[in-house]
Every structure is written in C-alpha cells, then in structure tokens.
Design a protein around this ligand. Sequence first.
Ligand code: MN
Length: 404
Amino acid sequence: MNRSWVPVPDGSDFPIHNLPYGVFSRPGEAPRVGVAIGDAVLDLSRLDLPAAGSFAADSLNPFMSQGPAAWHAARSRITELLTDLAHRRAVARHLIPQTEVRMHLPFGVADYVDFYASENHAANLGQIFRPGQEPLTANWKHLPIGYHGRAGTVVASGTPVVRPSGQYKRPDSAAPVFGPSRRLDIEAEIGFVVGTPSRRGQPVSAANFADHVFGAVLVNDWSARDIQAWEYVPLGPFLGKSFATSISPWVVPLEALTQARVTPRQDPSPLPYLTDGHRWGLDLTMEVRLNGHLISRPPFGSAYWTPDQQLAHMTVNGASLRTGDLYASGTISGPRHDQRGSLIELTWNGSEPLELPDGSRRTFLQDGDTVTISAVTHLANGTTLGFGEVTGTIEPTATHPGDQ
Ligand code: MN
C-alpha cells in the first residue's frame, strides 16, 4: 500500500494501513466520526465519502450498520484521499491534531458479552479459586465459555472508575461483610464490535465473522475479586464486574487486521459449528501499565478460542445480533509470569506482591492508581499497527466506610 502524505511518526500506532474509526469533538463542537492517521484525526463528516451522512453522527452505529461493502468502500476512499497527493489541498484542512480533541465512547453498546478464551488465564484462575481440583472445567475445551455483562456501564477510556462496594466473605469468617472492594483488579482483553445485525432464529456461522463484525477495541474488564469470589457460584460473574468496563476510543477495522491472523491449535477438535471457515486468532502483543510501569505483555495470539468461534457460539441457539453488540475475549494471559493479564494472576491472589520501580508494592489496585492497556501487531511489511490505549484511574468508593 502507498504511504500517506500525512506525516506519520516512526512507530506510530496509526499508519495508513490502520485507519481506525472513533468519535471525537473539540470544545464547543458536536461529536462526530473521524479516523486516526499519525498524530491527527481526519474529520470524516466534512469529506465527500460513500456513507458520508453517517459520519456526522455521535456514534459509529449508523456507519457500522451498513455492512461490509460499505465499510470497504469507505476505507478504500479514505485511503485514496490520504495517499494521492491530488487530494492533499482539499483534505489537509480537515486534519486535526489528536491533542486538540476529546475522544468519546465510539459506539452505542447494544449487548455486552465477556468470554474466557485464554487457557493460561482459565487454568490460573481455576487453581486460585478451586485449589485441588482440575484447573479447567470439563466444558472448557468444548465451548467458548462466556457470560452476559452490563452494556450500560461500558465507558470511554479515561472515565474514572469508582471503587465498587459490595458483599464479600473473608476466608476466616463465617458471615459476609459489606464494604468497598479490597481486591480491585483489571482484565486485559480485546473486544469485538458487531456492525451487521442478524435475524433471531438464524445462527451466524463462524465463516461469516467478517460479514458481521466491524472491528476490534481494547477492553479493561475491571473486576472486584472479593465480590466475585463470593457471588459467582452458580450463575457466574455479576456485581463484581458490572460496575465498569473501559474500552479504547479507536475501533480498528477487521480489514486492517487480516495480516495479523493466526490459527490456534485446538485439541480435541471442537464440534463442526465451531470449525466452519478459517480462524481469526490475531497476533497482537498487549501491554499493561500500572501508574506508567510496564507490568505485563499478554500475547493475544495465544488465546485458545478465536472471535469467529465466539460469534458462532453466541448465536448458535438463534440469539440475534444487534449493531453495537460488544463481545470481549476474556482476560489474556500467556504461559510466562510477565504475560499474565490480571493482578490476581500476577500476584497469585495477593500472595506475591508486585514490586514497582518506584519502590511501592501492589497486590490489588489502590485509589489513585491508573491502569493503561495497549496492543500492537507487527505486519510482514515491517510496519507496526496499534490500538492506541484504554486507560482509567481508580477513585475512592462513594460508600461511607462506616457501612461495613
Ligand atoms: Mn473479563
């Protein structure tokens, strides 16, 4: 592909091969759709583009709902505008420095599902929560395990996260207590965004993944481990997860990720509805930073279940898709200690505190802590393509401490 006439700094997450979509505004202006190129945002609402009407919206939903032919046409035209010097004069005035804009939640979240795709993560959590038993449950290698989360509390990157309060039970006491979570954690994940809806009663094949899924975002699935541990049997996560889920402002289109595809080895072979078509594992390296210090580099390509299989499983009972549905991979952890995607794994349930370079120690998150997750993939042509970042800072609980 050609180079862009827009200067793109070396190592930028946003070369011409990426062109992720987001919703931005400058002070006093209405939010609208743009794409990231280098250090700039291209204001799509001001350009003569296919689907132009949908770019003046304050969410990506109108554009995403149009389907893969419209996505491809828009991306092709934007690529042409940003590479052909003939368009430079007309287009350059619609480039805005990213430092001047505020990024918003990029799409209206319809339903939200969170999966559990990483074998290393599932095995680590199994050992921590169910010591002495098989780390993986009997169903784990036969279906992508997931749960329905809370769409209304998916928030834009940068939104403060208030420490949740809830009910939890200490191991040495007979009765539960109520109070601020003392085991507030993160989960480093990649999320997939549905553009094209489907009809209720008609499952979506794994092979049709790219007809329905528009793109991918970074996800931090904030998790209160003490609340989760007490409540999760037998119906799964509930209030330990539903208080906040942060996503990155830029949605990387699937079309930008085709060169990053990988196929994980699966043994035993899953049922036929989970093996239709080719897999959409992605060779992404994620990075997790706590107050600026790199604490983990989870490899997304190590996930056992892939997003196309998760989509097929999520709809195999006839459940329909809506534009804006978000489903996340589940915490990604690699086999190595420094590849674990949550604090509960990095500190082994708090028994092995992390030492930060500034001399402080952490088991779980403290008020004021900031967690930032990023991800990049290195393409065969030598360019790097990234997701930007998702970040959030913990604020003190709104609950009076005396409530305990
Ligand atoms: Mn999760």
